[in-house]
Design a protein around this ligand. Structure first.
Ligand code: DX5
Ligand code: ZN
Length: 220
């Protein structure tokens, strides 16, 4: 359990002080910068685009974990590679040819992630699991920060973990949405490897300390 990663989601950062917030993550015990890209079509919200990711990259010292909540993500794989993404996650529900998309992400030198919505069954990943570096289990409906965690996620983590072990895959499990100090340990116990946390980190009085607390909880 010593390698559990914490990925603060910059969606909850103060965009007027983005450099400050990116530097806070740099100096904290966090592992990745989680970057949410929303197109207003796949999800009802629009977040930010390439110029903002470029600005984040100029200050970030940790890997960029880019979560694309967009239709037809294949069109932007090369762009996000050039912007410096280390992990590029596409939505299962947005891909007609997921296997091809995963190969294209890897061909650009990035780790390939697949996010699945709360309504999407884990079993649909069975035929691609060995090609997926990170499965991002959405524990809220994607599109907004600050939503309540969906409890059914624990069962999905356990099923996914069993599939990964059964297939001898090396896939990591990331949980995205509603993560707090209250559910972090239980998520890790169920099999999570990476926890994304937006509001819980950035809306706290001391984000650096909050990241420290999350790290302590998951490593207890
Ligand atoms: C939701 C995004 C999340 C979001 C999480 O669509 O994918 O990464 O920022 O925010 P919290 O932690 O506030 O639920
Ligand atoms: Zn996300």
């Amino acid at each position: 359990m010593s390698n559990i990663k914490i990925a603060p989601s910059l969606l909850a950062a103060d965009f007027g002080n983005l450099q400050r917030d990116v530097e806070m993550v740099n100096q904290s015990e966090a592992d990745w910068h989680h970057i949410d890209i929303m197109d207003g079509v796949f999800v009802p919200n629009i977040s930010y685009g390439m110029p903002v990711v470029k600005a984040i990259k100029e200050h970030a010292t940790k890997p960029l974990d880019v979560h694309l909540m967009i239709v037809d993500p294949d069109r932007y794989i090369k762009t996000f590679a050039e912007l410096g993404a280390s992990v590029l996650t596409v939505h299962y529900e947005a891909c007609n040819h997921l296997h091809r998309t995963l190969q294209a992400i890897k061909a650009e030198g990035m780790k390939a992630g697949v996010a699945i919505n709360p309504h999407t069954n884990i079993s649909l990943l069975e035929d691609t699991i060995k090609d997926i570096d990170v499965v991002c289990l959405m524990s809220v409906n994607p599109g907004f920060g600050g939503q309540s965690f969906i409890e059914n996620t624990y069962e999905k983590i356990r099923s996914l973990k069993a599939m990964i072990l059964g297939k001898r895959a090396k896939t990591k499990i990331e949980i995205d949405g509603g993560v707090t100090s209250k559910n972090a340990k239980a998520l890790v116990n169920a099999g999570a490897d990476i926890l994304v946390a937006g509001s819980f980190v950035f809306k706290s009085d001391n984000p650096t300390q909050t990241i420290h607390e999350l790290k302590e909880i998951v490593h207890e």
